[in-house]
Design a protein around this ligand. Structure first.
Ligand code: FMN
Length: 196
């Protein structure tokens, strides 16, 4: 990023960093996502971000998972992406909205059949008595959808993070890192520099 002239909006900045990331980082779309219960108890896990447009950043999951349940009650999230090879970190804070069924379906249809069957078979984040229980659910799903396309489950879909702020962090010598933060401001973006 040109520190003196950051892009006008953070999405094009992120797009540029992603493109640079793809050249050197195996999976630059790997993101740590933090959600929280309504009373503020946080939890974090890795998800893959799958889309970036002028409004937000999308990821897909099981809506009945722990994160899905937390998001249903509290849409606030924080996410972090770190690319060691580039000495870069991106921090995102905002709220999620659910992607439309059409958007979820479009992504669902791009997934391998095995992943689709796994989504039907896994009651994500619920306790399992043993591995064989999961294998049995997979076998049931295989049988149920044998010879047919695997449809989008009603409990599965995407979320779009609508950021209130995005910070772009760049490693510099002696811990004198560059930090440029975009903050939503009256429909546009205010850009500020933060001390490292
Ligand atoms: C590299 C990596 C990518 C992952 N991508 C996703 C993803 O895109 N969606 C998802 O639901 N889980 C993904 N997972 C699994 C989650 O980290 C997590 O185990 C699961 O979603 C359950 O989390 P929860 O109980 O907090 O909802 C990924 C895990 C790893 C390590």
């Amino acid at each position: 990023m040109d520190e003196l002239e950051p892009a006008d909006d953070p999405f094009s900045q992120l797009e540029t960093w992603l493109a640079e990331g793809r050249a050197v980082v195996p999976h630059p779309e790997t993101m740590t996502l933090a959600t929280a219960t309504p009373d503020g108890r946080p939890s974090a896990r890795i998800v893959l971000f799958r889309g970036l447009d002028g409004h937000g950043i999308t990821f897909f999951t099981n809506r009945t998972s722990r994160k899905g349940e937390e998001l249903r009650l509290n849409p606030r999230v924080a996410a972090v992406i770190h690319w060691w090879e580039l000495g870069r970190q991106v921090r995102i804070e905002g709220e999620v909205e659910e992607t439309s069924a059409d958007e979820s379906r479009a992504y669902w249809e791009s997934r391998p059949r095995g992943s689709q069957l796994a989504a039907w078979a896994s009651r994500q984040s619920r306790p399992l008595s043993r591995r064989e229980e999961l294998d049995a659910h997979v076998a049931e799903a295989e049988e149920r959808f044998a010879g047919n396309e695997v449809p989008l489950p009603s409990f599965w879909g995407g979320y779009r993070i609508l950021p209130g702020s995005i910070e772009f962090w760049t490693h510099r010598e002696n811990r004198l890192h560059d930090r440029i933060r975009y903050v939503r401001d009256r429909g546009g973006w205010r850009v500020e520099r933060l001390a490292p």
